[in-house]
Structures are given as C-alpha cells and as structure tokens.
Design a protein around this ligand. Structure first.
Ligand code: AMP
Length: 418
C-alpha cells in the first residue's frame, strides 16, 4: 500500500466540515475589513524566497522544498506567502501607489521540518497583507483583523506578543550592542546560537534552548534602542490597540525568524498547543517590495497556521457542530421504480433540497439504515404502489410521521429543515 508523504495529512470527508467552517470565517472576517482574496501558484522560482526571507534563516537553509524542473529551472514549493504575494503584486503592478492594497489568502505551504504535533511538512495558512501604508494604523489594522478572527472562533486562551524591531538605523545600533553582549556570554551559548551569532545575531533571541535562554537573561532590550521615529510608530500602534481593547504583552525578545521585518512584529501563542505554541504572527516589511523589483513601498501582514487553529479549537472544545449533508434519502424498492425515483430526486434538487438516492440496490432495511447514518431529515419511499399511482411516501425521520402525496404536490410540500 502506498502511504502519503511524511508530514502531510489527508483531510478526510469526516472532518472536512471543520476546514470549511474555518475557510468561511476567513472570508467573512477578511470581507469585514475590506480585504480581497489573492491566489498565486504554490511554486515559484527559488529566488523569490531565497533572496527575501534571508540566506541565514532556517527556512532557506534547511526547510525549502527545492528542485530543478525539466528545464533546469530552480523551483521551490512556497514555504510562506508574503514573498510570493509581493512577487505577484509587483509583476501585475497592482495599484498600490493609489490606494492601499488589502489582500488575504488561504492555502497550502511546504517546509521540510521534523514532523511532530502541530508541525507538518505541508500545512495551511490564512493570512492578510496591507500594502502601501507606512502608518501605524495599518499595523494596528492587520493585528485587529487577526484578533477578530481568533475571537470569532471563540478562542480565548491565547496571548498576543508585541515588539518593535525599529527602523534599520535603530536595528543596526541594537545589533551591535547585542553582538557585544553575545560575545561576552559566548561560552554559554549552544552551538547553533554560536553560528547564528556570526550569521544572523538577532535570531539568537529566537532560540528555545534552555542554556541560551539563561544566557540571554541580561541581554540588551531592543526597545531601548529605538530612535524617535521608531518609538513613535510603536507607541501609536500600541495606542490604537489599547483603544480597541486588544490585550497584548510586550516581548523584547520577539524578533521572528525572517530577515525582511522592521518596526512592528507580533505573534499569537496559545497554551492549548504543546511545544509548538505559536499559531500565527507577522509584522511590517517595508523593504521587501523594493527588494523584489517594485517601487519602495511599505507593507505589513500576518499569517496564521490553520492546523494549529484546529488543534486549539479541539483542545478548547470550541469545535463547530458537525453539519448534516442530507435532507432526503430516497429509498428505492425495485429496479422498475428507478426512473421514477430519479425524477423525484431531480424535482427536489431543483428546489434546493439535498437528496441522496440508493445506488447499491440494497434491501429496504439497509436503505433505512443508510438514511439513519446520514441523519437524513426525511426518507422518501418509492415502492410499487407509489410508482404505479405516481405518488410519493414521505417520512419525517424525527417524528416518524408519514404522508402519501401525489407527485405533483411535491413541489409545494413543506419540508421542515434546519
Ligand atoms: P511563520 O511563517 O513561520 O511565522 O508561521 C506562521 C504560522 O504558520 C505559525 O504560527 C504556525 O501556526 C504555522 N506554521 C508554520 N510552520 C508550520 C509547520 N511546519 N506546520 C504547521 N504549521 C506551521
């Protein structure tokens, strides 16, 4: 038997309603905020990601699914959306210079990570990007959008962490203070952090290693290094969130792995998850559009992991109720009645009533069992009498009430459906 690839999951019909529930929420909430959906290919030229995410990040170094296609082109299955989305925005000259461009997406992403609970090699993200505003209200807007979604899913056990990486001048100043500090505690750092110290020192702050965390206890705080412009931007974001009564915690160590962030960064974490407790995050990326060949254009956005949202819903018992898919099960008692049964099914379907008919030619008992299994609200039985007299027997499965009506009356029959 051929199995699926490690780190991927089949979403089976039994649980698809959960995904449909979430997808519906994504669209509704994005609509509320005036965001339009964008869909781009799931693979891109490798440089879209390698040039932007950063050569010294885990994603680019270890996690990308990259291969050469038959034309010897370097192709990568997208590990995240922002760079791919910006590629598309620049390529199609979407009008981000006239009005703000508000976009949302949902789809699969691919990272070669060690699979564990909440971490897969193919996973899904919902996200939103607000392009062309340098102002703190756009940072606040995307955070509010994410927060609104979380609340609408009735998730209450979560924390929003907030930090600022400042503008590039502030960050450079901070980086040099951090490098000095890290060098002074270098002997206590993990091997990985020693490498990061050389290649990408801010990423040492991301380490989950216990020794690193201890060594970082007295590290300088980035917020102390923000210049006036950066501090004002951050304070304005905070004020907008405070006014909107969004709870957040300032986390000086939050840098987020990717190279393209500046100013505001944020992350959502939940205790309902295990070790992989982050279920979404984002930040401002003012340099990325220019880096991908577009005009210098500021932007901010976030991505949320859909599998992790589902894990949280499960842990918090906040799952939606499983829907019923069948209004009427059509029981057919003999082959002779088949044409008539199909006629009835079509009449009902054209009224928008969801009908399943028997196609395995089982005995009546088996068919009624099936109707029970499907939780059909009604069964319609087509026996010889019904067929000969062009009548229909309708049974309400909840009350047991049964009615024999003329086929012509079917169009007016009042079905009690939820
Ligand atoms: P990132 O782009 O790394 O900030 O990821 C954003 C969100 O996507 C995370 O908070 C997770 O919820 C989700 N995510 C990232 N990587 C994975 C993965 N390998 N498996 C499942 N979800 C993931």
């Amino acid at each position: 038997m051929i199995q699926n690839i490690r780190g991927t999951k089949d979403i089976l019909p039994e649980t698809i309603y959960l995904w449909q529930y979430l997808e519906d929420k994504f669209k509704t909430i994005a609509d509320l905020f005036g965001y339009k959906e964008i869909r781009t290919p799931i693979f891109e030229k490798t440089e879209v990601f390698s040039r932007t995410i950063g050569e010294n990040t885990d994603i680019v170094n270890k996690e990308m699914y990259t291969f050469k296609d038959r034309d010897n082109e370097n192709i990568t299955l997208r590990p995240e959306m922002t760079a791919a989305l910006v590629r598309s925005v620049v390529q199609h000259s979407l009008d981000y210079n006239i009005a703000a461009l508000r976009l949302w997406y949902f789809g699969p992403f691919f990272r070669y990570e060690r699979p564990q609970k909440g971490r897969y090699r193919m996973f899904h993200q919902f996200g939103a990007e607000c392009i062309a505003s340098p102002y703190p209200e756009s940072d606040a807007e995307v955070i509010l959008l994410a927060n609104h979604l979380i609340k609408s899913l009735k998730i209450d056990d979560y924390t929003l962490l907030l930090n600022s990486l400042g503008n590039s001048a502030s960050r450079e100043k901070y980086k040099s203070a951090l490098v000095d500090y890290l060098n002074s505690v270098k002997n206590n750092l993990s091997e990985e952090s020693k490498i990061r110290l050389e290649a990408n020192p801010l990423r040492v702050l991301d380490s989950k290693d216990e020794n690193d965390i201890k060594a970082l206890e007295n590290s300088p705080a980035i917020l102390d290094y923000l210049d006036q412009e950066s501090a004002e931007h951050f304070n304005a974001v905070r004020n907008l969130l405070d006014n909107a009564k969004v709870n957040y915690t300032i986390d000086n160590r939050l840098v987020r792995g990717l190279d393209y962030y500046n100013h505001t960064v944020f992350e959502f974490r939940s205790n309902a998850l295990g070790a992989q407790d982050s279920f979404g995050g984002g930040g401002r990326y003012d340099g990325l559009i220019n880096q991908l060949g577009g005009k210098d254009t500021p932007a901010v956005g976030f991505a949320m992991g859909v599998e992790r949202l589902l894990l949280i819903l499960e842990a918090l018992n906040a799952m939606p109720i499983k829907p019923n898919y069948t209004d009427v099960y059509l029981v057919i008692t003999s082959d002779e009645n088949l044409q008539y049964a199909f006629e009835i099914a079509n009449t009902l379907r054209s009224r928008g009533i969801r009908v399943s008919t028997e196609i395995k030619r089982r005995k009546m008992k088996g068919q009624f069992k099936e109707a029970d299994k499907l939780e059909a609200a009604y069964t319609i039985v087509i026996g010889d009498t019904e067929f000969k007299e062009r009548k229909v027997t309708i049974k309400n499965m909840a009350s047991g009430e049964q009615k024999l009506i003329q086929y012509e009356e079917l169009n007016e029959f009042q079905f009690q459906l939820q």
